[in-house]
Ligand binder design. Structure first.
Ligand code: FES
Length: 157
């Protein structure tokens, strides 16, 4: 009988240890997953994919109907921002949104129909030419194409 109890107790202790091992393994896995989910985006940011986003030549900038006339929006063009401007129903413009002064992001000013850099009050016209302020060069102009109801921005050939 005693032997039977002992032989019954030993597996119980073993299975308890097994349970603890499984639980700590699961907890360890949970901690590892938490750490991975925290550090993965950080690592992706610090060490971006090897394919250079700077080499992007064309991006889908959204639907025609999503941008009302006399308005603009910033879209991602590779790893840089681009400014898409819908001047009226049929006229569109796009530029690199990187100010040629100190690289701030420019924006379209509906009230003045111009492009404005808030950092040092630089302004550009709708051809990207400097109107006032410190920017030394015009904005790089991009090409806008309407394909069906999609707006596509690309680099000039
Ligand atoms: S960074 Fe744009 S005006 Fe200075």
């Amino acid at each position: 009988m005693g032997t039977g109890r002992n032989s019954g107790a030993t597996p119980a202790i073993d299975s308890g240890q097994d349970r603890r091992t499984v639980v700590s393994w699961l907890l360890g896995g949970g901690v590892a997953a938490s750490l991975a989910s925290f550090f993965y985006p950080v690592l992706r940011f610090v060490n971006p994919p090897s394919i250079s986003e700077a080499s992007v030549n064309e991006v889908d900038a959204g639907k025609v109907q999503d941008l009302k006339p006399n308005s603009g929006k910033i879209v991602k063009f590779g790893n840089k921002p681009a400014l898409l401007v819908r001047i009226n129903d049929t006229e569109w413009k796009a530029f690199s949104a990187v100010c040629t002064h100190l690289n701030c992001t420019v924006q379209y000013r509906e009230s003045r129909h111009d492009i404005w850099c808030a950092c040092h009050n630089g302004t550009y016209d709708l051809n990207g030419r400097v109107q006032s302020g410190p920017p030394p060069r015009p904005l790089e102009e991009l090409v806008v194409q309407i394909r069906g109801d999609e707006v596509v921005i690309s680099r000039r050939a």
